[in-house]
Design a binder for this molecule. Structure first.
Ligand code: NAG
Ligand code: NAG
Length: 252
């Protein structure tokens, strides 16, 4: 376990008076439910939900507007556009002219088709050093289905450098399959392998590994398939526990 690194990322929002080499960073994850044309009974259309999603995000980032990564799931291209436009409008209203950007591509074609597992960030605060989307399948470089999954599944990985301090970290975000437990177990291994690769490749001199976070909708109960796989890997600690029950996700 590498708790020192975990806590470096996690303590952040909770404790602003920290040692100089720590980076206050807020990590958010949210499955926003895709803008389906065929809604469930009582399900509101995206046009109604969008302002609420945007205002909820705006509140969540209000006190740390710059050092924030927002991982989301089930986001189709039009939703991504709406959310970024909404956050940008808020930023301008608050006198922060800087734009929000995202990494991640549509899982069905590697471009704009299908759901994204995007990570939103502000380039003025966080310089993007590297990004990738990999498919959770035996052929991670191309849009593909793995291990009995009902949908194509991806992990989005970004390596960021905090402009003000030069501190680096990686953020990964995913949405595991809802149909196949095997697809979740094997799929999360792909995500873990990618995370571990960038951790080593982008570590700074004198730093064994880059601090990382892995957020997502794991479709897995604590102790079950994907959860057990991540826990068993021994390389990530659970944010929910490390942050005293105030967060969900995994980080090193
Ligand atoms: C990586 O980021 C670039 C620029 O932000 C973007 O054009 C590209 O689509 C991204 N690729 C992935 C796989 O997210
Ligand atoms: C999985 O999610 C898809 C897309 O939302 C849905 O159509 C399907 O019914 C879900 N399957 C299960 C087993 O929940």
């Amino acid at each position: 376990m590498h708790l020192t690194n975990s806590l470096t990322i996690l303590a952040l929002a909770a404790n602003m008076a920290m040692a100089q080499d720590t980076l206050p960073l807020r990590i958010i994850t949210w499955n926003i439910r895709w803008a389906t044309p065929v809604r469930e009974i009582n399900e509101k259309p995206w046009s109604t939900r969008a302002p609420l999603v945007i205002s909820t995000l705006s509140k969540a980032i209000a006190d740390t507007p710059n050092a924030v990564v927002i991982g989301m799931q089930e986001v189709i291209a039009a939703q991504l556009d709406d959310i970024k436009a909404g956050l940008n409008q808020q930023a301008r209203a608050q006198g922060q002219g800087e734009e929000w950007s995202h990494i991640g591509v549509g899982r069905d074609d590697g471009q704009a088709k299908g759901e994204f597992s995007p990570i939103l960030y502000r380039p003025s605060a966080l310089r993007l050093l590297y990004n990738e989307t990999k498919w959770l399948s035996p052929t991670p470089n191309i849009p593909s289905l793995g291990w009995g999954a009902g949908s194509r599944r991806v992990v989005t990985v970004g390596v960021f450098e905090h402009a003000a301090t030069g501190r680096r970290f990686a953020a990964a975000n995913t949405h595991l399959d809802n149909l196949s437990a095997r697809a979740r177990r094997e799929g999360v291994q792909v995500a873990l392998a990618r995370v571990q690769t960038v951790q080593q490749e982008y570590a700074r001199e004198g730093e064994a590994r880059l601090p990382v976070s892995l957020t997502g909708d794991f479709n897995s109960e604590p102790g079950q398939d994907a959860y057990a796989t991540v826990a068993g890997s021994g390389c990530l600690g659970e944010l929910y526990e490390l942050a005293g029950g105030g967060a969900a996700g995994w980080a090193l």
